[in-house]
Design a protein around this ligand. Structure first.
Ligand code: B12
Length: 212
């Protein structure tokens, strides 16, 4: 990790300077820094290690929302570099979803980008997607895998139901789980699944396992 780059980026975020934060990251990508390095060294730590420095705690939610929104913009803007860096297509589709009530979507967007980067045709539906709509998306897109991203532990129950519905209606569709909620062993045991993937390295290993 390049500490100078991270400190510079963090300063832009602390100033809520969306334009400079975005231009800085695009500049690094133009200079040849890889998408994965940008995500792992700058974007992910800036959210995971977020600490509110304002003594007025009421304002912290606002700071958190603003930072998330800036990171989301940068993630979307980096997609052109994913197309450039993408490995040979593997002709397999992955559908990435956040279940009902799951508003945390940055992890899902990153997973979607990582699947694309290693050659999958990856589709992301959006945060807080009702189970019925996810089942319809499966019908429309006919994916080879479905990846469910869950951050909030309280959404494990709705995910358990979703996983059962998928198994009933699409018994041959492998289910991938990921996200902070599944760092807990008890959550993982509640939801039927075939794979647990949490980061870029896991996705690379998964590709080797299923594609060869
Ligand atoms: C930003 C944020 C929000 C934003 C999200 C905006 C958005 N558009 O996504 C908003 C403001 C909406 C929000 C709301 C809430 N939040 Co919040 N939020 C966060 C925060 C600060 C960052 C989350 C984030 O984006 N992290 C960065 C990403 C990159 O990390 P990640 O999600 O873990 O994803 C990584 C991996 O998990 C993995 N991954 C994730 N999914 C998948 C899927 C696959 C297939 C793969 C391969 C990998 C993968 O890849 C990513 C890269 O490594 C965290 C604090 C934290 N330390 O994480 C709290 C946090 C997640 N929130 C929390 C809470 C409690 C809430 C609220 C209930 C608060 C409230 N009272 O309103 C609501 C709940 C909303 C809901 N029902 O979902 C708690 C969750 C605790 C719990 N119960 O489990 C946390 C941990 C804060 C805390 N310490 O209490 N939040």
């Amino acid at each position: 990790m390049n500490k100078k780059e991270y400190d510079t980026f963090l300063q832009y975020l602390k100033n809520e300077d969306k334009d400079q934060a975005l231009l800085y990251v695009l500049g690094l990508l133009d200079q040849g820094k890889s998408v994965v390095s940008v995500y792992e060294e700058l974007l992910i730590p800036s959210l995971v290690d977020f600490e509110c420095e304002d003594p007025n705690q009421e304002l912290c939610v606002w700071y958190e929302h603003t930072r998330t929104s800036i990171i989301r913009t940068i993630l979307e803007a980096s997609y052109a570099y994913i197309i450039k860096e993408r490995e040979q297509r593997v002709q397999k589709r992955v559908l990435v979803v956040c279940p009902q009530e799951e508003y945390h979507e940055i992890g899902a967007i990153i997973a979607n980008h990582y699947f694309s980067l290693v050659g999958f045709d990856s589709y992301y539906v959006g945060a807080n997607t009702p189970n019925e709509d996810i089942l319809l998306a499966i019908k429309a897109l006919t994916p080879d895998y479905i990846a469910i991203s869950v951050t909030n532990y309280y959404n494990v129950i709705v995910t358990k139901k979703l996983s059962q519905q998928i198994q009933e209606q699409y018994p041959n569709l492998p289910i991938i789980l990921g996200g902070q909620a599944f760092q807990r062993e008890d959550s993982l045991q509640q939801v039927q699944h075939h794979f647990l993937l949490q980061n870029y390295h896991d996705i690379v290993t998964f590709k080797k396992e299923v594609i060869g």
